[in-house]
Design a protein around this ligand. Structure first.
Ligand code: HEC
Length: 151
């Protein structure tokens, strides 16, 4: 009897962590597990802040147009926003990687999305890796690319 209790207790302990991580990974609303950049995942104010970050911290080495079109889609289409965020945060600015705030990095990413014609939405994209990892970069339905000044 005692043995049986211990066995089932042990069994519960081993199963619980798996159940919990399953719960956390489930999409909150039960709908599609992922969003995509085609849905408008950043706001106008945000990409305009990102444009200023880019002008101040990035344009000295490469102009914004170098991130537009096939250069961008070949590397990033189908990937997650967390991949793009991670790449830029870990490697840029090339002379001082990681030197910007999380908010500046996420703002500058929305500027790159804007340049590549990904639609603008109403809410800001949060600098939160869990959220970013659930958003796929979708370049299949885009508006005409914006000029670097966004007009
Ligand atoms: C000191 C120069 C320098 C600065 C400043 C800089 N970069 Fe770069 N960047 C480079 C170089 C050189 C490459 C080529 C790839 C490599 O060496 O990693 C590159 C590559 C990239 C790429 C991948 C290639 C492409 O065109 O898509 C992205 C995206 C990028 N940089 C974004 C940024 C952003 C955003 C900033 C500002 C936060 C920034 N860089 C600041 C030098 C710089």
């Amino acid at each position: 009897m005692t043995r049986l209790v211990w066995t089932s207790l042990l069994g519960t302990c081993m199963v619980l962590p798996f159940l919990q991580s399953y719960e956390q990974e489930r999409p909150q609303n039960g709908a599609a597990p992922q969003r995509s950049t085609a849905m408008g995942v950043y706001s106008r104010e945000q990409w305009m802040r990102g444009r200023d970050v880019y002008a101040g911290q990035c344009a000295g080495c490469h102009p914004a147009v170098t991130h537009v079109g096939p250069i961008f889609t070949t590397s990033w289409a189908g990937k997650r926003l967390s991949d793009l965020f991670g790449f830029i945060r870990e490697r840029m600015p090339k002379n001082d990687p990681g030197s910007l705030s999380e908010e500046e990095y996420v703002d500058v990413i929305t500027y790159l999305l804007r340049l590549n014609g990904m639609p603008v939405g109403l809410e800001e994209l949060p600098a939160d890796s869990a959220t970013l990892s659930r958003i796929r970069i979708d370049s299949s339905r885009v508006a005409p690319p914006a000029r670097p000044d966004g007009r």
